[in-house]
Design a protein around this ligand. Structure first.
Ligand SMILES: Cc1cc2nc3c(=O)[nH]c(=O)nc-3n(C[C@H](O)[C@H](O)[C@H](O)COP(=O)(O)OP(=O)(O)OC[C@H]3O[C@@H](n4cnc5c(N)ncnc54)[C@H](O)[C@@H]3O)c2cc1C
Length: 402
């Protein structure tokens, strides 16, 4: 069967890989290079246990601060776009305990499948992507935030997650670069099994693997239109002409919903913009963490990638604009200087912005869409966990197609 994968982000490339392993003829199309959307500069966390969705009951308590505090990691810029408002309403509807618990269970199952598929891919292909089984510390600076995290940890333990609550002393023992933060740490949740890798390098490595497997990659090729024949998607019109296939996989990340609107399909996927900086820490390696660290108060993640430190965060509901905000980049730099002083120095910041393809609940859309073409499989809406979940949802798509 000829399957055409739309999008060469981590989700599209992982889908192409899974489909190629099943013996399908595969074409991948992307308007730019591989990893040039949300995947390239992301936080690099393979966050298999820490999957709690953003849509959480605690949001209601935090909402005034999130919306109005100048230091808030969240920013809302209202758009003349009903999709943004509908997304916001559905997100708030999902902020209740039972939805959050159900979503957590489903995400944990998908993350478990993804870990297995990623590990198998790495064993087979030996990609050079700065992969490290680094473990992860999520730091809390006050007792009530720590108590909420401990209760989430107990919930996740029942679902099979290996996590432990640790003291500030233990944090510093696990990650000596946190020493001078000791006084600010009320406690942390430690997840020894979490991993990190450079998602851009993973994408680049997959391109090589896919080419070697005979997959056709049409990069720098924009998809303009979907062409229906009866109830089937017959082709996609691109800047390089029409591409026909038996089946299609929609993996355009945040661009999935606008393109499908032409078929009358309304996907609950909206961009949640984030930023990262990447610092070369080779001249001061001991100042940078080896363990992945999340500063929960600032909602910033730190991941070591070889001789570099990736720092990522922020969530802006502000449409499809990918422009860099100097204020947000300065804020990431300030967080780094505070948590890991000595890492910034004179090194270039390599600022980056990307659009997380977010659904209101945090669950990706994987499979056929009711009412949509019967040969169009969705694999989109992975939100803040696209790198983590990509290989699991790719396997599910390939299984469904078979
Ligand atoms: C700041 C930040 C930090 C993050 N940190 C993490 C993390 O630590 N761990 C984690 O698991 N996830 C993280 N994520 C989320 C993760 O990056 C995304 O969920 C993931 O990259 C989505 O992958 P994707 O392939 O679906 O989309 P994308 O990577 O956006 O790929 C979509 C592709 O479609 C292409 N495209 C769009 N429109 C067209 C068109 N018309 N024609 C042709 N091609 C088109 C784009 O060029 C792009 O390459 C983070 C995201 C951000 C923004």
């Amino acid at each position: 069967m000829h399957v055409c994968v739309l999008g060469a982000g981590i989700v599209g490339l992982a889908s192409a890989y899974a489909l190629s392993l099943k013996g399908h003829t595969v074409t991948v199309i992307d308007k730019a290079g591989a990893g040039s959307g949300a995947s390239g500069g992301n936080g690099g966390q393979l966050s298999y246990s820490y999957v709690q969705p953003l849509a959480d009951p605690a949001i209601w308590r935090q909402l005034p601060k999130l919306l109005f505090s100048p230091s808030s990691p969240f920013k809302l810029t209202p758009q003349f776009d009903t999709c943004q408002w509908l997304w916001g309403i559905k997100f708030l509807q999902a902020c209740n305990a039972s939805t959050s618990c159900r979503t957590t269970a489903e995400l944990l199952a998908l993350a478990g499948q993804s870990r297995q598929a990623f590990d198998q891919m790495m064993a087979r292909e030996q990609l050079d992507c700065d992969f490290a089984a680094s473990g992860k510390l999520v730091l809390y600076d006050n007792a009530s935030a720590l108590a909420a995290a401990v209760s989430q940890m107990h919930l996740q333990r029942k679902m099979g997650c290996l996590q432990e609550a640790v003291t500030a002393d233990r944090c510093v023992e696990l990650e000596p670069a946190l020493a001078h933060q000791h006084a600010r740490i009320a406690g942390a949740i430690y997840t020894p099994g979490e991993c990190a890798a450079d998602c851009q390098k993973t994408c680049d490595g997959l391109v090589g693997v896919l080419r070697a497997r005979g997959v056709r990659l049409l990069l720098n090729t924009r998809i303009d239109q979907l062409v229906m024949r009866g109830r089937l998607l017959a082709a996609v019109d691109t800047s390089a002409g029409a591409v026909e296939a038996d089946h299609f996989v929609m993996a355009l990340g945040a661009a999935s919903a606008p393109l499908l609107r032409s078929l009358g399909m309304r996907l609950p996927v909206y961009p949640l913009k984030g930023y990262s900086i990447t610092l070369d820490v080779s001249s001061n390696a001991s100042a940078a963490p080896r363990v992945s660290v999340t500063d929960s108060a600032r909602k910033v993640v730190f991941a070591r990638m070889g001789s570099r430190l990736r720092v990522a965060g922020m969530a802006e509901l502000s449409g499809y604009d990918t422009a860099l905000s100097p204020r947000q980049i300065a804020s990431l730099r300030a967080s780094t200087e505070s948590v890991f002083p000595g890492c910034c120095g004179i090194a270039a910041l390599n600022p980056w912005a990307g659009l997380r393809p977010a659904t209101p609940t945090g669950l990706p859309l994987v499979g056929l869409q009711p009412g949509g073409p019967s040969n169009l499989m969705l694999n989109t809406g992975h939100g803040a966990l696209g790198f983590t979940l990509a290989f699991g949802s790719a396997e599910r798509v390939a299984e469904l197609l078979n």
